[in-house]
Design a protein around this ligand. Structure first.
Ligand SMILES: NC(=O)c1ccc[n+]([C@@H]2O[C@H](COP(=O)([O-])OP(=O)(O)OC[C@H]3O[C@@H](n4cnc5c(N)ncnc54)[C@H](OP(=O)(O)O)[C@@H]3O)[C@@H](O)[C@H]2O)c1
Length: 314
């Protein structure tokens, strides 16, 4: 079968023939149709996830849509594409609990791109930050996969939200996703730029100087929901910035979420898509053969929303 694999951490993906997976007890054989592309896949290929313990060559890919014995399913969780071989492949063996049914009427491309970005957005808004319509939210990295869906989730919950991007060409896209205002700013100017919003909650996938700026922008009892470090993982913080305003630091990690919770989040997001309340902005569907290019585009921030790989022709 064809699969995109990394042979040495830090090297680009190679699309090649790979051994057929053989499902073990409690596992199912998934014939993958479309796989979503996530920064997680990039970090896996660099050897920075789970301590680089993945067996090499390794197939990344932590979300997909495919068929199990002819039935359409969505796959996410139980270590698939993280600690065990993933979904950038024509076939994959997945634990049965990582599979949920694809609801009728949901486009398979939408469903392939939804579990991680949508499930993360859903969990961050409703379970981690417990948003209410009284909140005023600032979404950093708003043009990305999670950011764009988070803006839609917040809009649906009646929460005012502004979205940040570093790229003026993405500002209109950010507003289309539900941001009342798109801010084109870097970390240095962020706190000043959101003074008028007076955010009660900041969703932060960036880290680096953005986290300090977010703390400065928040008022008393504000919540910081940190879930990624795309801009940098280390940051010098004056700890007084936290306690003097009694800031609540909240975090989220999908890779340690129990699989039942991931299933619930996936099903919630698929139901929202089926009802027409969420739409995953899919920038482009690329053939599996272009998996390395997909990773490069993500790395170079040349994506609005999500990229999807077409693994087997529809
Ligand atoms: N904790 C979890 O369970 C979880 C789940 C999903 C994702 N994540 C993490 O959350 C982050 C976002 O995920 P995603 O899928 O939304 O990624 P994405 O689609 O690549 O979007 C990330 C956005 O962040 C901005 N960005 C990237 N690098 C940056 C840099 N060096 N400086 C400033 N801005 C930068 C880019 O915005 P502009 O180009 O518009 O400025 C980009 O659109 C990633 O780090 C990912 O690993 C964590």
């Amino acid at each position: 079968m064809r699969a995109a694999r990394v042979h040495r951490f830090g090297e680009p993906l190679v699309v090649e023939e790979a051994p057929e997976p053989i499902p073990g007890p409690g596992e199912v054989l998934v014939e993958v149709a479309y796989a979503g592309v996530n920064p997680l896949d990039l970090w896996v290929t660099r050897g920075t996830v789970a301590g680089g313990s993945q067996p090499l060559p390794f197939v990344p890919g932590a979300e997909a849509v495919g068929r199990v014995e002819g039935r359409w399913v969505v796959v996410r969780g139980a270590g698939v594409g993280v600690t065990r071989q993933g979904l950038y492949a024509e076939r994959a063996a997945a634990p049965a609990e990582a599979v949920v049914d694809l609801p009728a009427g949901v486009d398979p491309v939408q469903a392939a791109a939804a579990p991680i970005a949508g499930g993360t957005a859903w969990a961050l808004a409703h379970r981690v930050a417990e948003i209410t319509p009284e909140d005023r939210a600032l979404v950093l990295g708003a043009a990305g996969g999670v950011g764009s869906l988070l803006l839609q989730v917040l809009r649906n919950a009646g929460v005012r939200a502004w979205g940040q991007t570093g790229d003026p060409a993405k500002a209109a896209f950010v507003e289309e996703q539900g941001a009342e205002r798109a801010l084109v700013v870097g970390a240095e100017d962020l706190a000043g730029a959101v003074a008028e919003l007076r955010p009660t909650v900041v969703f932060d996938p960036l880290g680096d100087g953005y986290t300090a700026a977010a703390l400065e922008a928040l008022g008393p009892y504000g919540r910081l929901a940190l879930f990624g470090v795309s801009a940098g993982a280390t940051e010098e913080l004056d700890l007084r910035a936290l306690y003097r305003k009694a800031i609540r630091v909240l975090t989220y990690s999908g890779t340690i979420e129990p699989v039942e919770r991931l299933r619930e989040a996936t099903q919630a997001v698929l139901a929202e898509i089926a009802a027409g309340r969420l739409r995953v902005p899919v920038d482009e569907v690329l053939p599996l053969e272009r998996a390395a290019e997909a990773h490069r585009r993500l790395e170079e921030r040349r994506v609005r929303g999500k990229l999807v790989l077409e693994v087997t022709a529809a």
